[in-house]
Design a protein around this ligand. Structure first.
Ligand SMILES: [Ca+2]
Ligand SMILES: [Ca+2]
Length: 375
């Protein structure tokens, strides 16, 4: 009897352990469950946050928690999520710090309220692209430079990505609102987005690009748009390129007012003519608005105040909006252009509203600039 005692004890103990294990295994409904492979991007760069999604189903329909594994080391796991209904997709966000490792296996597992644990999902391999370049700084947004409130206007954005990656864009509208990212565009294709301003004022619109890996460009230069609460007889928008850095819009009115950077005028009273801003660092825009015409001649000119180059090569554009509608577009004559001269663009007959192009360079101002003019 005695010589069988130890083997019997061993057999009984083993059976007991296997039995318990079997019971435990049988009572874990997630014990054999492998969640579907996570979805998300497979390429990216360091220090950019990416979204990864898991969708698991509990065999008994119970709620489950999710935990992701990010692959940087054996313990590189997320916190457990809150309990989610079975079959609900859960998005985890993650970024990777700069490291020599460029491939990360991402997987997840789930557990139910009784802490029954699933197996790990298969891995999604996330590869860090180490030689990615961000998109180039986008061109200045293209769109109207004036408009009225509560009207939708469309603006365009364009840049390229040195790697040829697809690009999404977002606009900062200058009124405190920044758009969502657009869908992806091919590098070099024009994106567009619309915006509506609800208050009058001058707003500066800029655009930023992001490549498909999430690398951000610089913000573009700003497009100015002047939004008015009503449509004025004339809004004259001056824009130009980077050089010369300072062009100035000037307007002489029939009542001997000289509206320019040092004397911005007024819209609600005499001279019913006003300059919005003085840009001194390239591009513009500078808007002169005439809110009410008086009989006599209005003269409009652009002065090259400072900076290299000339008006002829400045890429200047003068757009004239008549009652809110773009009616004339002027570009500088490609003739001899003295440095620091005036580009005398046009006259307006205040009695009829007729515009007469002049379009010449002159070294003297088309109207008086001395102290006899009214402020
Ligand atoms: Ca790129
Ligand atoms: Ca200026």
């Amino acid at each position: 009897m005695h010589k069988y005692f130890i083997p019997v004890i061993l057999i009984l103990t083993s059976a007991l352990i296997l039995g318990f294990w079997g019971c435990f295994r049988l009572t874990n409904p997630l014990g054999d469950y492998v969640p579907p492979v996570p979805s998300g991007p497979t390429r990216g760069i360091f220090n950019v946050i990416y979204d990864f999604k898991g969708t698991a189903t509990h065999p008994d329909g119970e709620s489950i928690r999710y935990q992701f594994f990010w692959g940087a080391n054996a313990n590189d796991t997320s916190e457990w999520s809150t309990l989610m209904p079975s079959g609900t997709s859960v998005t985890f966000r993650h970024s990777w710090q700069v490291s020599s490792v460029t491939q990360y296996p991402i997987k997840y597992r789930v557990k139910d309220k009784d802490n029954n644990l699933s197996l790990w999902s298969d891995s999604l391999i996330f590869t860090i692209v180490t030689n990615n370049a961000a998109p180039l700084k986008p061109q200045i947004p293209f769109g109207p430079s004036s408009g009225v409130i509560n009207t939708s206007y469309t603006f365009k954005a364009l840049t390229t990505d040195p790697n040829g990656d697809s690009i999404s864009y977002r606009f900062a509208w200058g009124d405190g609102d920044t758009s969502e990212w657009t869908n992806k565009y091919r590098s070099g294709d024009t994106a567009s987005m619309s915006h509506t301003y609800t208050n009058s004022g001058t707003y500066f619109i800029k655009v930023q690009a992001k490549d498909e890996l999430g690398a951000l460009s610089e913000w573009s230069e700003e497009l100015g748009i002047t939004i008015t609460s009503s449509v004025f007889p004339f809004t004259i928008a001056l824009t130009w390129g980077q050089h010369p850095r300072d062009l100035d819009a000037h307007c002489w009115t029939p009542q001997a007012y000289h509206v320019y950077y040092a004397n911005r005028g007024r819209l609600s009273t005499t001279p019913y003519c006003s300059l919005d801003v003085d840009d001194v660092t390239g591009y513009g825009p500078e808007h002169i608005t005439i809110s009410q015409l008086s009989p006599g001649t209005y003269k409009y000119a652009v002065h090259h105040y400072s900076g290299d180059s000339t008006i002829a090569t400045s890429q200047a554009v003068v757009k004239v909006y008549r009652n809110g509608i773009l009616t004339y577009t002027f570009t500088p004559p490609q003739t001899t252009c003295p440095t620091y001269c005036y580009w005398y663009v046009f006259n307006i007959d205040g009695a009829t509203g007729n515009l007469t192009p002049v379009n010449i360079y002159t070294t003297t101002a088309p109207g008086p600039t001395d102290k006899s003019i009214k402020k």
